[in-house]
Design a protein around this ligand. Structure first.
Ligand SMILES: Nc1nc2c(ncn2[C@@H]2O[C@H](COP(=O)(O)OP(=O)(O)OP(=O)(O)O)[C@@H](O)[C@H]2O)c(=O)[nH]1
Ligand SMILES: [Zn+2]
Length: 219
């Protein structure tokens, strides 16, 4: 509540009490909080293994920096995004609500390289709406985990469906994967598009078409 609430990870610039409370779940994480010492040791080992000298001047602080970086980019492992959907408002409008172009950074679980993109999250209210920013907070919290894009997309859709209980949900995620750009197949321009639909957005063809057209429309 107070402005003295400790920041849950380095670089966190969030002051929203709900967000801070969610991120403060670090201590109750199922696999324990991020183990800085262990990451630092592992990064030293990797540096040795690739033929570097972790004690040379430029690398001396790198294991610590990497540990802090992982604590930040994997903060979602220790956050329950459902808390962002707990506060709702009664609203009679029942047409599609869509928040587009929510930028995110996630991490591919195969190579631990970033995948970056935009998420579009829409739902058909059933008497209750949620603050628009909370959809973006859900995307951000879910993104901060090692994962595949398909699972990220499904996780966001299931959260909105289960917590808000709307008549339907649609999520589209568009991303470029560093593991396809800087190594391996090296196709920097390739864009991966995934979708997850629930409820009426899944079963009603015209609702689904409307969602897809609005989510992917560029005009
Ligand atoms: N389905 C899916 N695949 C992903 C995602 N991120 C990365 N990948 C893919 O995961 C696959 C891992 O393939 P593997 O053959 O096990 O690993 P690899 O030898 O490093 O594969 P290459 O990238 O083809 O060199 C690659 O095809 C990646 O493009 C994702 O979010 N979803
Ligand atoms: Zn990858």
């Amino acid at each position: 509540m107070s402005s003295a609430t400790p920041k849950p990870y380095p670089g966190c610039d969030d002051d929203d009490p709900v967000t801070l409370a969610a991120l403060a779940q670090l201590a109750a994480a199922p696999f324990g909080p991020v183990d800085h010492a262990r990451i630092k040791n592992a990064v030293r080992e990797i540096l040795y293994a690739v033929g570097e000298d972790p004690d040379r001047e430029g690398l001396q602080e790198t294991p610590d920096r990497v540990a802090r970086m992982y604590a930040e980019v994997f903060a979602g492992l220790h956050t329950d995004p459902a808390v962002f959907l707990a506060k709702t408002f009664t609203q009679s409008a029942d047409e599609l609500v869509l928040v587009k172009d929510i930028e995110f950074a996630s991490c591919c679980e195969h190579h631990l390289l970033p995948f970056l993109g935009k998420a579009h999250v829409g739902y058909l209210p059933d008497g209750q709406v949620v603050g628009l920013s909370k959809l973006a907070r859900v995307v951000d919290a879910v993104a901060r985990r090692p994962q595949v894009q398909e699972r990220m997309t499904e996780t966001i859709a299931d959260l909105v469906m289960n917590e808000l209980k709307p008549r339907g949900v649609g999520v589209v995620v568009e991303a470029t994967h560093s593991c396809m750009s800087i190594r391996g197949v090296r196709k920097p321009g390739a864009l991966t598009v995934t979708s997850a639909v629930r409820g009426l957005v899944k079963t009603n063809a015209s609702t689904r078409a409307e969602f897809m057209s609005l989510a992917l429309g560029r005009g």
